[in-house]
Design a protein around this ligand. Structure first.
Ligand code: FAD
Ligand code: DLZ
Ligand code: SF4
Length: 509
């Protein structure tokens, strides 16, 4: 019998570890659209459509490369609905002598893979997923030697390991490791020359999938009307080139900027492709470095971008596997409020929230600072149950898989891991949002006010958050200044601020 090689929906690279040394003539690749994966959380419609269409295109690509691919569609009548059920049926069909698979991206699925050897009485080889620079073992070794897991030091190791933006003498290019001090400018005026991601027109395969998703997942969040994702490696490469040509030269400058009705700005719009396997993250970083060396992108932009990929992206994955499956249940600040209904509709008078959520519904995309400082910041300040916040982020973004979403949400955004990932909570009042966006100008609320009917809710919520969490956060040196300011306020002002926050929070329920 052949070797059976299951390829999961986020393993869509032709040289994925399990395929690399396999013999095409003696292998059957198994790809499975299964109900469990489409509904273990209620993913955005466009996220499901993207993954299923990319899977179908990838099967064609593998066949063109000479592989035998057994592809199970979601609506095949005998579809058992689960990875393990489908592997069981494939074992019946093909009578394989062994199973080779690439390690899964999350605990939930890895547990399934780990059960296959016993269940099927077959040798199962789980290949390390070397699309990542840092293996689980290497991260554990790095972490074991440290009391605090600082991204910055991890990142420097990845720079040394890859040689990206390093001089011949082994020094960081330009003399500094990190050029963030040059980044984070407020938004520019809108103009017609701003880059836009390519809008890929759905082909016949995608149109088929869009029909299935519209039918079957009608009650999931999200619109399919704006579906514009690339679903092949070739098209993803077109968007990669668009990013390198048009957005990279300002990527760093406007990384934290937000503009009304401009969902994409100078961001890459590549995360769904990188995470699913359509693009190779290291090759992308090398292309970014080449642009810098050719004088086509400034160092602060090239370094900032490369840091997101070989720094943050690798680091959060390391944290996810290092911390174990119970990381999803962390709740260091004891937050219990249910997620407000407007996270599903975007219907709120807070213009910043309506924008971030509305774009999420339309595009299954929001850029980092919207996720962190608008929807994430609001949930943090309002004391929303971090697990509900986690499920929301996992559902609504086309790039969301637990390994990357969970540390970003539980750790970076909600401070629910008590400061493992970040040294202080990303909490901010309206002034920050006003500085980094044009949202407040057209908002029904007044960003300058803290108390009263028209006051921006973020303002009172910010102080209420600090006051409410003083026992957990009051000794954090990075919060010393705001706590001092709070303590200096008049007792009556403090009471009015907390009453304002309480009224607003009550209106959410
Ligand atoms: P750009 O801003 O252009 O960045 C370039 C690339 O860097 C991205 O494509 C991505 O691969 C990588 N990157 C940047 N920041 C991060 C980060 N913090 N962690 C990991 N990779 C990063 N990213 C996901 O890929 N999947 C998620 O499910 C996800 N959930 C998030 C949840 C929260 C609460 C927050 C605050 C961030 C989350 N991120 C997630 C990180 C980041 O917001 C997205 O990677 C980014 O917005 C993707 O858009 P882009 O390709 O235009 O990115
Ligand atoms: C997210 C997702 C969805 C919606 N559907 C499928 C699917 O039908 N078949 C599949 O192989 N993978 C799917 N995925 C991605 C898997 O959930 C992903 O491989 C796991 O999260 C493991 O990392
Ligand atoms: Fe958001 Fe407040 Fe600005 Fe309105 S005023 S857009 S609620 S920060």
């Amino acid at each position: 019998g052949p070797v059976l090689i299951p390829i999961l929906g986020d393993q869509l690279a032709p040289d994925i570890a399990a395929l690399r040394d396999a013999d095409k003539a003696r292998s059957v690749v198994l790809m499975m659209e299964v109900a469990d994966e489409t509904t273990y959380v209620r993913h955005h419609k466009a996220k499901i459509a993207f993954i299923l269409s990319a899977m179908r295109h990838h099967a064609d690509r593998l066949r063109a490369l000479g592989w035998t691919v057994d592809y199970v569609k979601l609506d095949d009548t005998a579809n058992s609905g689960s990875f393990t059920g489908e592997v069981a049926r494939a074992v019946e069909r093909h009578k394989p002598v062994a199973i080779h698979v690439t390690e899964a991206g999350e605990w939930r699925v890895q547990a399934m893979l780990d059960g296959w050897a016993l269940r099927f009485g077959l040798p199962v080889t789980v290949h390390e997923d070397d699309r990542f620079l840092c293996s689980h073992g290497a991260f554990d070794t790095w972490a074991a030697a440290r009391t605090r897991l600082r991204m910055e030091y991890f990142y420097r190791d990845m720079r040394r390991k890859t040689g990206l933006l390093m001089t011949a003498e082994g020094k960081p290019e330009g003399g500094e490791w990190n050029y963030d001090a040059d980044n984070r400018k407020p938004p520019p005026q809108r103009d017609l020359l701003m880059p836009q991601p390519i809008r890929f027109r759905p082909d016949a395969i995608t149109r088929d999938v869009l029909g299935i998703v519209a039918d079957r997942f009608a009650d999931h969040i999200g619109s399919l009307d704006h579906f514009h994702f690339a679903v092949t490696h070739e098209d993803a490469m077109r968007q990669q080139r668009r990013f390198l040509d048009e957005a990279l030269p300002h990527f760093g400058d406007y990384q934290d900027a937000m503009l009304t009705d401009e969902p994409f700005l100078w961001h890459a719009i590549l995360s769904p492709y990188i995470n699913a396997g359509l693009l190779d993250p290291l090759a992308l970083c090398r292309a970014v470095e080449a642009r810098y060396r050719a004088g086509k992108a400034p160092l602060n932009c090239a370094e900032g971008f490369i840091r997101q990929i070989i720094g943050w992206r690798e680091y959060v994955r390391g944290v996810y596997w290092h911390e174990g499956p119970d990381y999803a249940r962390r709740n260091a600040l004891g937050a219990t409020r249910p997620l407000p209904g407007f996270y599903w509709t975007g219907e709120t008078d807070m213009h910043c929230m309506a924008q971030a959520i509305g774009q999420t519904i339309d595009h299954a995309y929001a850029h980092h600072i919207q996720r962190l400082m608008i929807t994430g910041n609001f949930a943090l300040l309002a004391g929303i149950d971090p697990h509900q916040v986690h499920v929301w982020y996992l559902e609504v973004y086309a790039d969301a898989y637990e390994w990357v979403e969970l540390p970003n949400t539980i750790g970076m955004s909600q401070f629910a891991d008590g400061g493992l990932l970040g040294s202080k909570p990303y909490a901010a009042g309206g002034a920050y949002i006003n500085r980094m966006s044009d949202y407040c100008g057209t908002c029904r609320y007044d960003v300058k006010q803290r108390i009263g009917e028209d006051a921006c809710p973020f303002n009172a919520l910010y102080w209420d958050f600090l006051a409410r969490n003083e026992s957990a956060l009051g000794r954090n040196v990075r919060l010393a200044m705001p706590y001092r300011n709070w303590a200096r306020m008049d007792e009556q002002v403090r009471a009015a601020t907390r009453a304002q926050a309480a009224r607003f929070l009550a209106s959410l329920d």
